[in-house]
Design a protein. Structure first.
Lengths: 144, 775
């Protein structure tokens, strides 16, 4: 049994293999399914979360390395879609299928937290979107 | 604690998004369809609600009774109007677009709309062919108008006054103005719903609006388009609030406390079957043999082409599957399932095969010779040979499906399936075939789709999950294809090899056009084509071209290759438009004209001309491009929608940079201009991925590109600026999900060829073998 601090709350998870990627502990064991599986090899970014404020790819991040750290997932941004990035995304009607957008938003939040502004943010957000929402992601980021 | 038990139920609720600040604003409907998720808009706050594992949520829901007014409309005692959605929301926006049609006629405001995904059944339809709005524009408006008139009829029953002019429906209420004294009475729809659903209201409806034969339903009046409040407006999509906070439930997110998790492990070689069942490894819950799905019907072939490894979580299952040794028996044909061999076969077919004539209709037996003779006599003869690869769908959400089969003893009694699917009724048929249960014992939930692109019409992944659930009675089983399986066992966009021979007269007019394409038939993999029948999807984009082509013929050579093929966003148009619009540009150059001027010279279709002229106008930037940049244009008509795209490109040391794309679309009547724009933007990026990098090659029956590292796709930093212009129209609506795709590959090819140092690309992708690095 391990304890993870996710979105400000402690969770107990029955994890026997510490090298299990954080992604699958979040999704399958804790049922926090907002963080997505896309490629498993750190290329697409659908699994992006923040660990102590830094962007990490949960598909390759050992859960044992997340113990004692503050994990933020898409579910933790706000209770009412009031986070500035969420508001920008809705204003610009960014998502299509929406599957990559958890990671896209978390990457953007991470870039903002790291002190980037305007077009700098866009160059930090490299997540893959097969629907091709990039035009609107750029538009939304420009409002931040 | 058991791994399958959520440690904090409250947080589990949060994960699925129906935690919010103001519970009073939650709109949660109750009743038989509560098992599905509901999208609601309530004062700008949206709540995702998933009852798949949500007994707890059900207990929390306020007791609201609902009345089903008709197949699409339910009204709750709290006034909630719930519209049922029978399609598959995979990003194209039709969950909202169809709700616009209903809400317009039902006379409710957009912020009064709640949408509920219907269980598979009579309102379900196959999501494909860009057909949702096109096919349901009048039927769903009629359904909305019928519900509206039933509510008015209920008010008439209350007052005894059947004069329709004395009633007005507006914003979810019916107001009656009494002629005698002008007094007004108003009822909310909730007050009228029970009466509206009764026999008296139905009878009154038929009396007021007698059916017009052959129809037997009331001939209710539809709203005059001049008075539209919601149709044609850029309303905010209903599903998007759920897609910015992780609460939208895709198939892969279906979760139950007692769920088990499986991954699929296919024979890597197409056509291979299991030699011997491997022993269950330590740590696995089960290893289940899985039979192949036969595309020719909802039946399971008598051949095991995969095993499913089931464990307590997906990662554990993946690790066990990776180390599981499975022996497969490979078919003798394996060596022929090879990209090089398939291309050689297509070349032989083009040279010596017997074609089927796709156009013109009723062609004489010597049409090929007649057209060749016209070309032979031309002032200039021009030809091109074009090759296109197999392409994987690579939806962001990999294939997955959750199923649970309940047994009494050894007999199945019920089956429930949760699937990101484009064909809910096909899922029912698949479940029927595997379980032997009648459709009445099968419940199919369509979740959100993390992209569909045509792949989730297929039933292989659904069939597999149900087979595994049959082996684990009473257990909800989620079966996931890891990305490598998803790339490696797709139903790919078909390869194609095409030649075009054309002749120009001295003035540059086309006097002969002989188009030959060798490509597999998607249809024939499902059911035999009638003798001599042309698969319309193999040749779309190669016929009905909007140009004067002189003596012309389009010939199809079916390629009988062993690679599974499927519907890939825009299907045949994604192949043939690259060929035909590249060739038009090649002829333009031969005639000494640019892409616009030449098309103006030869175009014959008024709508094609209109998108061309508008694209010319909105892409004036192309006349002052920086040195080293060039532009190209292409037109297509796919699924009835005309699109013209202009691309600006420059060459880099190793690649091509697409800087800007101007897109003009004529899709008839527009329901949501913001969604049309989004679909064009997305279609362009999707088409660019395939044009630049995507391909799946095969060596001895094994796919060679099994993750994004070898199937490069565009990232935001290299994506072009895209402008979208919509042609105003009052013609019936046509689709927009796919038509943005076809013109971009030839537009970019034509731009590349126009560069001073450019070259004409005849093959897709432009940059085969490009690698994709990490983030």
């Amino acid at each position: 049994m391990i304890t993870l601090n996710i979105n400000g709350q402690n969770y107990q998870a029955n994890v026997t293999n510490g090298s299990t990627p954080l992604l699958w502990v979040l999704r399958d064991i804790l049922g926090l399914t907002g963080t997505k599986y896309g490629c498993g090899i750190e290329i697409c970014g659908a699994c992006t979360v923040l660990i102590d404020g830094q962007r990490e790819h949960a598909c390759v991040f050992d859960v044992s390395s997340a113990i004692g750290k503050k994990i933020t997932t898409i579910e933790g941004l706000s209770d009412d879609n009031s986070h500035p990035v969420q508001k920008a995304w809705l204003k610009c009607q960014v998502p299509q299928c929406g599957y990559c957008q958890s990671g896209m938003i978390m990457s953007t939040v991470g870039a903002v937290n790291a002190g980037h502004h305007g077009s700098e943010i866009a160059s930090e957000v490299k997540n893959l979107c097969v629907c091709g929402t990039y035009e609107r992601v750029k538009k939304a980021i420009a409002t931040l | 604690m058991n791994a399958n038990t959520p440690p904090h139920l409250g947080d589990r609720d949060h994960a699925h998004g129906h935690s919010c600040e103001n519970h009073a604003q939650e709109k949660i409907t109750s009743g038989v369809n509560r098992r599905d998720f509901i999208v609601s808009l309530a004062g700008g706050l949206s709540i995702g609600f998933f009852l798949g594992g949500g007994e707890r949520a059900e207990a929390q829901a306020p007791a609201i009774l609902e009345t089903q007014v008709n197949a699409y409309v339910k009204i709750g005692t709290d006034g909630t109007v719930t519209l049922l959605y029978g399609g598959s929301e995979m990003g194209q926006g039709t969950m909202s677009g169809l709700a616009q049609l209903l809400a317009e006629e039902l006379m409710i405001e957009w912020d009064q709309v709640t949408v509920e995904q219907a269980l598979a059944g009579k309102v379900s339809y196959l999501t494909g062919g860009s057909g949702a709005i096109k096919g349901r524009y009048l039927p769903l408006r009629t359904a909305g108008a019928t519900a509206r008139e039933l509510l008015v009829a209920a008010a008439m029953i209350t007052t005894g006054d059947n004069v329709r002019a004395n009633y007005a429906a507006n914003a979810g209420a019916v107001t009656y103005t009494r002629p005698a004294d002008g007094a007004k009475l108003t009822w909310g729809y909730a007050d009228l719903a029970a009466t509206a659903a009764g026999a008296a209201a139905q009878a009154l409806l038929l009396a007021l609006y007698p059916p017009v034969a052959p129809a037997t339903t009331a001939n209710v009046p539809l709203t005059n388009p001049a008075n539209f409040r919601i149709i044609g407006k850029p309303v905010e999509r209903l599903d998007l609030p759920l897609k910015v906070n992780g609460s939208a439930i895709y198939g892969i997110d279906v979760w139950f406390p007692d769920m088990v998790f499986g991954v699929i492990k296919h024979c890597p070689t197409f056509g291979g079957v299991l030699t011997k069942m491997p022993a269950k490894p330590s740590g696995a819950i089960a290893v289940v043999p899985v039979k192949a799905y036969d595309n020719r019907g909802a039946v399971v072939k008598d051949s095991i082409n995969a095993v499913a490894v089931v464990a307590t979580n997906t990662w554990a299952a993946k690790k066990l599957a990776s180390s599981l040794k499975v022996s497969w028996t490979l078919p003798a044909s394996t060596t022929t399932i090879d990209s090089a061999g398939i291309t050689a076969l297509a070349q032989r077919l083009l040279a010596t095969g017997t074609p089927l004539i796709a156009e013109p209709a009723a062609a004489p037996a010597d049409i090929d010779a007649q057209v060749n003779a016209a070309i032979a006599g031309a002032a200039q003869k021009v030809s091109g040979v074009f090759t296109l690869p197999y392409v994987a769908h690579a939806t962001m959400e990999v294939l997955n499906c959750t199923a649970k089969v309940t047994f009494s003893g050894s007999t199945p009694t019920a089956c429930e399936v949760w699937a990101p699917n484009q064909a809910a009724n096909s899922v029912v048929a698949t479940a029927t075939a595997i379980t032997g249960l009648p459709a009445t014992a099968i419940i199919v939930h369509t979740t959100f789709l993390g992209g569909g692109l045509g792949r989730k019409i297929e039933q292989d992944y659904v069939s597999q999950a149900i087979q595994v659930a049959m082996a684990l009675p009473g257990k909800p089983v989620k079966l996931t294809w890891m990305r490598e399986e998803d790339f490696g066992h797709d139903n790919y966009r078909p390869m194609a090899l095409a030649t075009v021979n054309a002749g120009l007269d001295a003035a540059g007019n086309i006097v002969g056009w002989n188009y030959k394409v060798a490509t597999p038939s998607i249809t024939a993999q499902r059911r035999p084509l009638a003798a001599g029948a042309v698969d319309s999807q193999a040749i779309e984009g190669a016929i009905k071209l909007p140009y004067n082509l002189g003596a012309k013929v389009t010939q199809w050579f079916p390629v009988p290759a062993g690679i599974p093929v499927g519907y890939w966003r825009s299907v045949g148009c994604s192949l043939n438009t690259f060929v035909s619009e590249s060739m038009i540009d090649i002829l333009a150059k031969a005639a000494g004209l640019d892409g616009f001027a030449y098309r103006y010279k030869i175009i014959t279709d008024a709508r094609a001309l209109a998108v061309l002229q508008k694209a010319d106008e909105v892409s004036q930037w192309r006349k002052s491009l920086p040195a080293g940049h060039a532009w190209g244009v292409a037109i297509s008509q796919a699924f009835g929608t005309w699109v013209c795209e202009v691309a600006e490109v420059s060459e880099t040391a190793t690649s091509l940079r697409v800087h800007r794309v101007a897109c003009v679309v004529d899709c008839g009547t527009v329901v949501n201009p913001d969604s049309v724009e989004a679909q064009m933007q997305g279609g362009i990026i999707h088409g660019l991925n395939a044009a630049m990098w995507s391909q799946t090659t095969f060596v001895k029956g094994v796919a060679q590109q099994t993750n994004f590292n070898k199937n490069r796709m565009m990232r935001i930093g290299e994506s072009p600026a895209i402008s979208v212009t919509i042609i105003p129209s009052t013609l019936p609506p046509t689709g927009t999900g796919e038509p943005g795709v076809p013109p971009i590959a030839p537009a970019v090819a034509n731009a590349w060829a126009a560069l001073p140092v450019g070259k004409r690309p005849y093959s897709l992708p432009f940059f085969p073998g490009a690698k994709m690095g990490g983030l």
